[in-house]
Structures are given as C-alpha cells and as structure tokens.
Design a binder for this molecule. Structure first.
Ligand code: C2E
Ligand code: CA
Ligand code: CA
Length: 896
C-alpha cells in the first residue's frame, strides 16, 4: 500500500467521522433545545401551580367568607369582607389566566388542556353562585361544595402538570407540592365549614358530619403528604406543625364538637387563615426550592450538552479541516501523478529503480526500445541492458555523479533483448525523500540510433565518396596534414600515389555509367586489397584515386624502395582484367608517386606533385608508375606556359600547315594530309602532339580548326589550277571538340563556297575517341556533310576499342591503320596478321585504306602484297611546308 492509498483512506475516514459527528451534533442540538424547552416548560408549570395555588387560596377565603356570611344570615360585617375577597379572587384568577395563556406555548397533553377548559367553565358559573350567596338563596353546604368543586377542578390540574417534568425527581417533588396544596384546600374547607358553624352558633343539619369528615380528610391529607414528602420537606413541614396555632385549631375544633361556639366565626376564620397562610407559605417555599433546584439541574444538564456541543463541533470542524487539507494534498498528488503519467507515456523510455537499483517500473516506450516487457525486468537491475561497450570506469563515474550530484546524463550503449546494441541518450536522477535520503532512481532515455546514423551519414557524406565508400578529397587532405605533422615529429617518410585509370573514360562512355560505376568500385577494392588497413585509399573524383601510406621509415633510400614496391603492386593489381556484368575489361592505371618528407610542403603541393608524376606515367605509355621529379614538374610548367601563349599564336600568325603526301598502290600521289605546325618566336617549332591536346582541353581548338579549314580550302583552290594536283584529296584532322561545335558544318560550307572547292576533295579525319559521344548526333552530322560531298576518314584505327562492325554504322570512306601496327610489322608477326585482317575487312566494307607511318621499304613490300591500299610515311615523304612540297614534287618530276 503506498502513500496515496493511505491518504485516500484517511480522507474517507475523516469525511465519515466528520459527517457522523455533525449528525450527532444535530441530534445533540435538538436534544439541547428540547431540554431547554422542557426546563422552561417545567418552570412555567411551577409558576402555573403557584398561580393555581394563589387563586385557590383566594377562592378558599371567598368560600369561607361566603359560608360565614350565609351562617350569619347576611351579616353586613361578613358581607363587606366577602365583597373585598371576591375582588382579590378575581384578580388572582386573571393572573392564572395569564399563566394558562403562557402554557399554551408548550406542547402539553390534550387531557391537560381539556381539564383546563373544564375548570374555566366551572369558574364561569361563579357569578350565579355569588349572587345566590348574597341573596341567601343557597345553603352553606351547597355553597361550600361548589367552591370545593371549583378548587378541586383547578387543583386537579396540578398532578397532571407534574407529569411533564424533565426528571422523575422533579416530577415527584411537583407532586408533593400538589399534595401540600391539596392539604391547604382541606384545611380551608375545614375553615369554611366551622366558620359557618361558629357563625350559626350551632350545627345545622348535616354540618356535624361534614365537620368531622372534613377534619378527617384534612388530617389524612397531611399524613399522606408526610408519608410521601422528602426528608427536607418533612423537616420544613414539622417546623410549621410544631407551631402553636396548629395545636390551637385542633383544640377549637374539639370545643365546637362539644358544643362550645364561643370562639366566634371571625376569630376561627382568622385563626385558620393564619394556619392556611402558613401552609401556603410552605408551599411557596417548596416551589421556590424546587425552582432553585430546577435551575441548578438545568444549568448542569445544559452545561453537559453545551460541553458536548462545543466539543463535538470543534472535533467535527477540525476533522473536516483535516479532510479538506488531505483532499487538497490529494489533488496536488493527483496533479503530480497526472503530470508523471504524461511523462510516463512519452516516447522516451522511463525506468524507475529502487535504492538497491532493482527495477520497479518501466513505461511502454522502455518496452518498445529495449524489447523487454515490464514483467520480464521487474526486480532485476538495469545491468541486464549492458552492452559491454562501456567500460567499468564509465559506470563508476556514472554512480559517482548520481550519488554526489543526484543526476547523470550522457550517451551509453545498451543491448536490446534481441542482442542488438544501440546507442541511447540517458538521464538518470536520484529521487530523495523529505529527509534528503535517496529512495529511487529514475532513468529517462531515448534511442539515438537514428540520430547517430544521421550523424554517421552526414559524416560519410562529408568525408566519404558515396560511390566507392572511400575517403574523399576532404578527408584525404586532413589525413595528409596529419601525416605531415607526424613526419616532422618522427622524422619519417610517407608517400602519396596518384592513380588515374587508363582508358576508363572510353569504357564509361561506351558501356554506360552503370558499368563505369561498378568498374570504379572494383578498382577501389583492388586498391584497398593492394594496401594495408591503416593506409588511406581515397577517390578524388572521376577515375582518380590517391593512396596515402605513412611510416616508410626514416631512411630516404629505404622509403623510395618501399614506395617503388607499392607502385608495382598497385599497377599489378589494376592489370588483371575486370569482370563487370559478365564482360571483361582491361583497365590499367597510371600512377604518380610523391614522397613526403619536406615539412614545409603544403598538402596541395604534394598532391600536385603526385599528379604531375601521374601525367609522366601516362606519357610514358600508361600502365606504369613514375616518381615525381622536378624536371617533370618543369615540363608541366612548360605546358602551362604553352597554354598561356597559345591564345596569341593565331593572331600572331604563328601557325602553318605542313603537308604529308599520300601515295596509291601505283606509287602515284593521291593526296596529302595537312598537319599543323606552330612556329613560336622563342621556342621554335612546337609539335602538335604538345599543343593540340592543350587546345582540346581549353576549347581553343575550335578557333584553330576554323583557321585550318580555311587554310586547307585555300590550298585546294591553288591545287585546282594544276592538272596533277586538281584530283588530289586533302585530309584535315578534326578534333572531337571541333567536330561537335555548332559552327563546324557552317564553317566547312562557307569555306568550300568561298574558295570554290569541291567538298569531295576535302577529307575529314576523325579518331575513334569522337565516336564514343552521342552516336546519333555524330551520324547526323556526318550524313549531312556527306550529302554535301565531304568524305570521312577514320584516323589511328586499331588504338581504340571500336570494332569494324561498329564503325560500319558511320559513313566512313577511308580507314587509316595506325602507325603502331605498321611499325611492328614483319613477315610473320602478329601485327602483320592483324593488318591483313583489317585490310580484308575494310575491303569487304568498301573502305579505302591508308597505311600510316610507313618508314621502311619492307613494310611497303608487305603491305603491297596484301592489297591495293594507300601509303603515308617518311618512306615517301615527311610532312613539308607548301614550298618544300613543291620543290620536292618538281624534283620528283624531274626524276621521273
Ligand atoms: P596523325 O593525324 O596521326 O598524324 C600523323 C602523324 O604521324 C604526324 O605527326 C606525322 O608527322 C607523323 N608521321 C607521318 N609519317 C610518319 C612516319 O613514317 N614515321 C613516323 N614516326 N611518324 C610519321 P605530327 O605532324 O607530329 O602530328 C601528330 C598528331 O597531331 C597527328 O597525328 C594529329 O593527331 C595531330 N595533328 C597534327 N596536325 C593537326 C591538325 O591540323 N589538326 C588536328 N586536329 N590535329 C593535328
Ligand atoms: Ca591524321
Ligand atoms: Ca594518324
């Protein structure tokens, strides 16, 4: 049972006791008023009994005086006393009526009211009786009987009233008092009876018996009172009865019985009156005592009630106050519970453990994240979630923080039920009681797997190449910086290898990006395999990779040796054919290596060095590695320099076209190939192999190309005037950029028009590298130009990947076998066989054939044996300026 339940119990108890208490209080309140009313009723009854006593007392006197008046037969002396007495009687009766009216406020038995009514009715008859008395029309005996009856009526009310006294004791005492009044009445009757006898000075008929019986009744009444009275009352009564008067009246009564009437009515009357007055005083005294006792009793009784009421009220009040306080507390608690329940239902996992670390509650999010249900973890410690990834020191620090600071938060690795390890962000707070003692621990955590993954993803995006998952340039630069610092500290060498895949671009463009991408991935894997785990293999983009290898030792020679071994290894790893989508590709790598030792180098400088070395590897025929050296760098600088001055070359008229003649099977000149030359004022002749690639790269080739076309057309126009030359074709080299330029067709058409040249004389040489671009576009351009009469030649055939059948989809007129085939040709070589196959195939396809680079007559002989083709090469003619060509032709003619 928890605190909450105890509070609810206390509140209910408090409310029940409070309500019960107020219920009792209500009853007590009613009882209190009932008691008060009962006492006030009793007091009113006592006063009523006194009033009755007063009235009866005067009525008695009136009865006595009336009896005396009747006995004296209308004596005036009695008459005046009687009249006075009647007035007094009436006054007392009025007072009695007043009391009766007061009594009507109280609820008295119906019988009582009835009796009052009867008594009052009786009193109404008094007027008649009084008149009869004055007129002496009534006997004393009748008169006495009327009054006696009247008094008896009123006195009869007293015992009735005694019944409604609050206690039995009071009721008894009231009853005693009634008896005393009764006795007084008896005495008064006796007084009247004998007053009549004394006034008549004889016993009229019946009066003797009456006197005796009245006296006896009187005596027995006294005796009866005496028997019933309390000790106190008796003592008081005795005090009166020992009085001489009472002895005297008894003596006078005896005298009267013996016929001695000397006493006289007046004397007897007065004598008895004194007696009766005494009795009345006694009665009044009793009443007074009773009233005092009543007051005391009332006070006592009411005080008891009052104490109970006040006590009860105070008790109930505090009980309710307590309940209200508890209810307030409970609402506060419910609020807190509601808030905690919201927290409890949140998406964050919540775990509550007791002071011993035993789990006592978990929330649904805990269950969802950890995979454990609440029932599985209750009573266990959170150690069950341990992943083993956080060491002991970690947990020690956590507990220290919890005990000293009361909280801990941070990232922690936990294990789900299914064994999966996941990161979570955890905050633990120690819960303390009002004495600052730790009672519970509450842990709130969220699964940050997704967040971590995002961070990881962002990190990967920032530092890794998305395709190969290798580090990117940024991460490479960072590691390079780091390597430089390490080199400086340890005085060691490191190396950077810059790798560019040979021929990758062609595969990528012809086979599509999917193949290209897989090829790059595979190349990345090969590089990873060729190196060790601590080395960095990065992809810079495209088909460029960089490998950083640290700790090559502190000897320069040793470092170079290792670097060279690594270079070979990398090169070898790329030489094996790549199998992508069930097709084999031969992709080699050109590798440039830079050695790091100079601490003042920047990472960009180092990369540039490796890059330069890579170019040198490319230039030396690819599929190899080269170390960076400064001479090579000089060359690269030259290239840069060349690029700078290339732009001026056209304006400065530094270009010139040279012509290399082509011969047919019959050794006749059939045409020429125009080859550009650059005469640089300082550097002399610069080879097209040096500047054409640069012009290709920066796009300047289009401008140069336009110049070449115009120059070639001008030459053709000149040739058209010569009978020999007018049938020659002139081949010009068209670079891919130039071919694909929008203005290309227009420029050609404009120039043939300007120089009135037949387009069929102009042969356009393109290489296979053009054909890997948008096939349809190239075909369209070629067909369009062909429709104007231009012819096409495929240059350097055999160096690319294109098959003859693939070439067939382009409208070529001629095919130029690359000089590398011709160079390797001898009688039984593989190259000869290839050339033979090419020529055969080309003939089938209806293509003219030009063998390039024919330097030796042996080559010429072999070629001639194969078939009817054209020749171009130093054996026949070097590329010559126009003048030299004319000179040579003239010479040849003269030879002929
Ligand atoms: P290419 O189109 O294959 O030109 C043939 C190259 O082979 C020429 O070199 C030529 O001098 C050389 N050659 C000819 N016969 C022999 C021989 O018997 N033995 C040897 N070893 N070489 C021979 P060149 O003039 O240095 O041109 C090199 C390349 O530069 C050309 O190769 C061509 O691709 C490019 N080129 C030259 N002129 C132009 C041009 O006007 N426009 C364009 N776009 N490229 C040009
Ligand atoms: Ca050519
Ligand atoms: Ca060529």
């Amino acid at each position: 049972m928890n605190k909450f339940h105890i509070r609810i119990g206390l509140i209910l108890l408090g409310v029940v006791i409070g309500i019960w208490n107020f219920y009792i209080l209500g009853i007590e309140w009613v009882a209190y008023h009932e008691t008060k009313r009962s006492y006030s009723q009793t007091r009113a009854l006592i006063q009523f009994s006194q009033s009755v006593g007063d009235f009866v007392h005067e009525s008695q006197k009136e009865r006595g005086l009336s009896a005396a008046y009747l006995g004296s037969n209308g004596d005036m002396q009695f008459k005046s006393s009687l009249m006075k007495q009647r007035l007094i009687s009436d006054k007392k009766f009025l007072a009695l009526l007043q009391r009766i009216r007061t009594l009507s406020r109280y609820s008295l038995p119906e019988k009582f009211h009835q009796s009052i009514k009867t008594s009052i009715d009786k009193q109404r008859q008094l007027g008649d009786i009084r008149e009869q008395v004055i007129n002496l029309e009534i006997t004393a005996s009748e008169e006495i009987d009327f009054y006696t009856e009247l008094n008896a009526n009123f006195l009869g009310l007293l015992p009735l009233s005694a019944k409604s006294a609050p206690t039995r004791e009071i009721a008894l005492r009231l009853y005693d008092n009634t008896l005393l009044v009764e006795c007084t009445e008896k005495a008064a009757i006796e007084r009247g009876t004998l007053a009549n006898v004394f006034a008549a000075k004889r016993f009229d008929p019946g009066m003797y018996e009456k006197a005796i019986s009245v006296h006896a009744i009187h005596q027995s009444c006294k005796q009866s009172f005496f028997d019933k009275a309390s000790n106190n009352e008796r003592t008081l009564y005795n005090a009166f009865f020992s009085h001489k008067l009472f002895q005297d009246s008894h003596r006078i009564y005896e005298q009267a019985l013996s016929g001695n009437f000397s006493m006289g009515a007046t004397k007897w009357f007065n004598h008895m009156t004194v007696n009766i007055d005494h009795l009345k005083t006694l009665h009044e005294k009793f009443d007074q005592l009773l009233e005092e006792d009543l007051s005391q009793l009332e006070k006592k009784t009411l005080l008891k009630h009052e104490i109970f009421l006040v006590g009860s009220f105070t008790y109930g009040f505090f009980m309710l106050l307590g309940a209200i306080y508890l209810v307030q507390q409970m609402f506060a608690m419910i609020n807190t519970l509601r808030i905690s329940s919201v927290v409890f239902d949140s998406n964050e996992g919540v775990l509550v453990a007791d002071i011993n670390g035993k789990i006592i509650r978990v929330n649904p999010a805990f269950e969802a994240i950890s995979g454990y249900s609440e029932s599985e973890v209750l009573g266990l410690t959170p150690a069950l979630l341990k992943s083993g990834l956080n060491n002991n020191q970690f947990y020690k620090d956590m507990w220290n923080s919890l005990i000293n600071k009361g909280f801990w938060n941070g990232e922690i690795y936990n294990r789900r039920k299914n064994g999966e390890i996941y990161p979570e962000y955890l905050s633990i707070s120690a819960v303390r009681d009002e004495y600052r003692k730790i009672t519970h621990y509450v842990g709130i955590f969220s699964d940050i797997t997704a967040k971590k993954e995002n961070e990881e993803r962002i990190y990967r995006l920032a530092f890794y190449d998305p395709l190969t998952q290798l580090p990117n340039r940024r991460l490479l630069l960072e590691r390079l910086e780091h390597a430089l610092l390490k080199n400086e500290r340890n005085q060691t060498y490191s190396m950077v290898a810059f790798i560019d895949l040979d021929n990758f671009k062609i595969v990528n463009d012809t086979k599509g990006h999917l193949v290209g991408d897989d090829l790059l991935k595979e190349a990345g894997n090969r590089l990873l395999e060729a190196t060790r785990g601590e080395d960095t293999v990065a992809r810079l983009g495209g088909d460029e990779f960089v490998i950083l290898i640290e700790d090559l030792g502190s000897s320069r020679d040793h470092a170079f040796k290792i670097a060279s071994d690594i270079g070979s290894k990398i090169s070898l790893s790329l030489q094996k054919p790549f199998e992508i989508h069930e097709e084999l590709f031969f992709i080699t790598g050109s590798i440039g290596i830079a050695i790091l030792h100079d601490y003042k180098q920047t990472v960009n400088e180092i990369l540039a060095q490796a890059d330069t070395a890579m170019y040198s590897a490319k230039e030396s025929g690819k599929n190899t590695f080269r170390f960076f050296d400064s001479a090579l760098q000089q060359k690269m600088l030259k290239k840069l320099e060349c690029e700078k001055v290339l732009f001026n070359a056209l304006e400065e008229n530094q270009f010139q076209l040279f012509y290399q003649l082509q011969y047919n099977h019959q050794n006749e000149v059939s045409g020429a190939e125009a080859l550009i030359r650059w005469f640089h004022p300082e550097r002399g002749i610069i080879s097209p192999t040096e500047f054409i690639p640069i012009a290709e790269e920066n796009g300047f080739i289009t401008e140069i190309g336009k110049w070449i076309i115009a120059e070639a057309c001008r030459t053709l126009q000149e040739w058209s005037h010569d009978s020999h030359q007018k049938n020659w074709t002139l081949s010009i080299n068209i670079s891919p950029k130039q071919f694909l330029d929008e203005s290309f067709t227009t420029v050609l058409l404009e120039n043939v028009t300007t120089y009135s040249v037949s387009p069929s004389r102009l042969r356009l040489e393109v290489t296979e590298s053009l054909l890997i671009n948008d096939i349809e576009k190239i075909q369209n351009i070629m067909h369009r130009l062909k429709s104007h009469g231009f012819t096409f030649s495929l240059d350097d055939f055999g160096t690319g990947y294109s098959s003859l059948s693939y070439l067939n989809s382009f409208p070529f007129d001629e095919l130029k076998i690359d000089q590398s085939f011709i160079r390797n040709m001898n009688n039984d070589s593989h190259a000869s066989a290839l050339v033979r196959a090419i020529i055969t195939m080309a003939e089938v396809l209806g293509l003219e054939i030009v063998a390039e680079g024919v330097e030796l007559s042996e080559q010429h002989t072999i070629l001639q044996s194969i078939g009817g083709i054209h020749y171009q090469g130093y054996l026949f003619s070097k590329p010559l300026s126009k003048d030299d060509m004319h000179a040579m032709l003239l010479n040849n003619h003269s030879d002929l």
